[in-house]
Ligand binder design. Structure first.
Ligand SMILES: Cc1cc2nc3c(=O)[nH]c(=O)nc-3n(C[C@H](O)[C@H](O)[C@H](O)COP(=O)(O)OP(=O)(O)OC[C@H]3O[C@@H](n4cnc5c(N)ncnc54)[C@H](O)[C@@H]3O)c2cc1C
Length: 398
């Protein structure tokens, strides 16, 4: 038992708790896959081949379904997620539903994504015991080009003007539904060159609709050097509404650095992983210290960050299911943290993506990269799963 477990009663290392919802065959398969993912060059090659195969219409669905899809995807439709959501809820773990739609410039596709977001909100309202949040991506509702132009303050062509109007209508429809269903929306954070316009619009509507509770959350990426100041400003300007914040480290380190290099502007990303960790924990404390008007979702697989937030809540004797504090980890990852926190009494929402495999492929390849040999996540999942498999073997043969 760790010192933290002894003093707080929170155990984030308990694989028996973390994997109780998985049978041994599932865990063996997950271990096999995580072992495979350690071969970085293989992952990158598979990602490239997979994307090409999908573009050419080659039938790789069965393979994806049995591998990455099984591990990281809740299902290929909303209906298909139900058995998983039910199972998670029996362990006190709720979900943040995510429709795996990527950025799109096609209005028909944008409308289809909006329709699916609306379906998710209705579904969440009908099943409040399963779903706490709905995640949305604004570049799936209007083209990345529009966000980029708006972010750079550039003039819009008549076509983009029209698209902006269409987006506003779509977003307002979505917000009305969130108000009607009382299900909070979490807006994903994206690349730094589209984020300023996303921030502006989310902040504007947060002020309007987060009067009594946080129904709209923005996402703040703490790997960005400028985000601690951004967060402090956002919080200080918000006294008459509740600021909803999903706090993440950030998913696009390489892409951000590459673009900065190519275009010759300063790297917007923290100089090291350690610097990102310091910024994340500083942001986390800022949010917790203003918990009366900040609702924060600690969205991380980092054990230390989760523990810091949990300890703070215990130290200040908050009810652990405080409405302004929640934790989230991606489905298929960091289960000992999610289930350990839920067991202790915190609000935990597993981030469960679903959708057709061809749409979910970019999400799945990001997960594969994240768990490959070059990443921090590499090894962490496998160690947990191997520990649990060993524990179960020992139980069977005393
Ligand atoms: C529920 C949930 C929702 C998410 N939503 C979003 C979202 O909307 N937008 C988004 O961008 N990401 C999102 N992410 C992904 C997130 O940003 C991280 O990429 C991922 O969670 C890994 O970070 P960590 O905090 O879990 O863990 P850790 O493994 O402790 O940290 C890894 C992270 O540290 C940072 N890092 C690693 N190396 C370096 C380096 N050399 N220099 C500087 N920083 C470095 C990177 O951000 C990397 O992802 C989400 C994650 C979760 C769990």
């Amino acid at each position: 038992m760790s010192i933290l477990h002894a003093t707080t009663g929170i155990d984030l290392d308990n694989t028996a708790v973390g994997y109780a919802y998985r049978d041994t065959a599932e865990l063996r398969q997950a271990a096999w896959l995580f072992r495979l993912l350690r071969y970085g060059p293989l992952v990158r090659l598979a990602n490239t081949l997979g994307a090409t195969a999908l573009r050419l219409g080659l039938p790789i669905d069965p393979l994806l379904r049995k591998t990455l899809g099984k591990l990281f995807l809740g299902g290929e439709s909303l209906q298909e997620t139900i058995p998983l959501l039910k199972k998670l809820s029996t362990y006190g773990v709720s979900t943040m539903l995510d429709y795996a739609a990527e950025a799109s410039a096609d209005p028909t596709e944008q409308e289809a994504t909006l329709a699916e977001y609306l379906r998710m909100l209705t579904f969440a309202q009908e099943h409040p015991q399963w779903v706490s949040f709905v995640a949305v991506k604004l570049t799936a509702l209007a083209s990345p080009l529009l966000w980029e132009k708006l972010s750079a303050g550039e003039p819009l062509s008549p076509a983009l003007q029209k698209e902006k109007q269409a987006f506003t209508q779509r977003f307002e429809t979505l917000l009305h539904k969130a108000i009607e269903t009382q299900i909070p929306l979490m807006v994903d954070a994206e690349e730094s060159w589209v984020q300023p316009a996303i921030d502006e619009i989310v902040e504007k509507y947060m002020q309007e609709i987060n009067k009594e509770r946080a129904l709209l959350y923005t996402t703040v990426q703490m790997y960005r050097r400028d985000r601690l100041d951004y967060l402090k400003n956002l919080m200080s300007s918000a006294k008459s509404y509740i600021v909803g914040i999903k706090l993440v480290r950030g998913a696009y380190v390489e892409k951000e650095r590459r673009r900065a290099r190519e275009r010759g502007y300063p790297d917007p990303i923290q100089p090291s992983k350690a610097a990102t960790d310091i910024a994340y924990d500083a942001a986390l404390m800022e949010c917790l210290e203003h918990i009366d008007h900040v609702a924060v979702c600690i969205a991380t697989h980092n054990r230390n960050s989760c523990m810091k937030a949990a300890q703070h809540a215990i130290l200040y004797k908050w009810p652990l299911d405080h409405p302004h504090l929640s934790f989230s980890q991606l489905y298929g990852m960091a289960d000992p943290l999610s289930f350990g926190l839920a067991k202790a009494g915190f609000r935990v929402a597993k981030y469960v993506p679903y959708g057709p495999l061809y749409k979910a492929f970019p999400y799945l390849s990001r997960r594969a990269e994240e768990n490959s040999s070059l990443s921090d996540q590499s090894g962490r999942e496998l160690r947990w799963i191997e520990e649990e498999l060993l524990r179960r073997r020992r139980l069977r043969s005393p």
